[in-house]
Unconditional design. Structure first.
Length: 273
């Protein structure tokens, strides 16, 4: 048989093989509200655009907020400016342009495992990012993938987090459809990944690959939890870690409405950052 006639086998991705900190760093760049909408709008334009041009395609947010978002994206390396003059047009950087593949992967994962209903593509991608961007969530999903079903105290030990923070994160992951409990008894019944959680391998692989240019911006600590082997550890005492640096909040923004420049969509509530 000609090797070219052999059907390709789907690639498998071990969730625990990815750098959790690197993935969360990448999501922190994609996560601020309206970033996805701005990137997709600029990708559709395919040319340098001014703030007012992007705002005209996103009539549900003000031009001022669009300007602030593009300035933040410029600082993060997602867009560049044609020159240093005030009001000079923006265009996507190579890093920003390569987000197209990440957005496509996130949208496919969302359609297959979260919400098959019709909505604007930018809305779908932004919703997926908000479900995945919380700090420590990636490490928790990795621990559950390798050792689940697990009680929350074992998860806390596996990711070296305070028990109360672990419970808070697990509740959020439940609400986002990524984990579930095997029974109704609080604290006793173990947690497991849902189908959406188990199928995050291709998403993590795509995000980690996209973030390769960003990896040189940080020097991970030798004691970083993301560098420790993923899996439950014997319980001796509950470790407590100091909160890591937090990115500045983009601020409260108006309720999101469908974008006429993209796919029609029903209005969806915004998820908390």
């Amino acid at each position: 048989m000609n090797p070219r006639d052999t059907p390709e086998q789907p690639s498998t991705f071990r969730i625990g093989s990815f750098d959790a900190q690197r993935i969360e760093d990448a999501f922190s760049l994609m996560g601020p509200k309206w970033t996805t909408w701005s990137v997709m709008t600029m990708a559709q334009e395919g040319r340098p655009v001014r703030v007012r041009d992007v705002a005209a395609r996103l009539p549900f947010i003000s031009e001022q907020l669009v300007g602030k978002r593009l300035a933040a994206m410029h600082a993060d390396g997602l867009v560049t400016r044609t020159d240093k003059r005030h009001g000079a047009p923006y265009r996507l950087s190579a890093l920003g342009e390569s987000l197209t593949h990440v957005h496509r992967t996130l949208a496919e994962w969302s359609r297959n495992y979260l919400s098959p209903s019709a909505m604007a593509e930018a809305e779908r991608v932004e919703d997926a990012v908000q479900r995945l961007r919380l700090r420590h969530s990636t490490a928790m999903i990795q621990v559950l993938d390798s050792g689940g079903p697990m009680r929350f105290v074992h998860i806390a030990e596996g990711v070296d987090l305070d028990v109360s923070l672990t419970q808070h994160r697990l509740l959020r992951l439940q609400a986002d459809g990524l984990v579930t409990r095997t029974g109704p008894r609080h604290g006793d019944d173990p947690y497991v990944l849902t189908d959406a959680g188990r199928e995050l391998g291709p998403v993590y692989a795509t995000v980690e690959h996209w973030s390769a240019p960003l990896a040189t911006r940080r020097t991970p600590s030798p004691l970083s939890p993301s560098r420790r082997p993923i899996g439950p550890t014997p319980i001796s005492r509950w470790g407590r870690t100091a909160p890591g640096p937090r990115r500045p909040c983009a601020g409260a923004l108006p309720h999101r409405a469908p974008c006429s420049a993209m796919l029609p969509s029903r209005n969806r509530g915004c998820r908390p950052p």
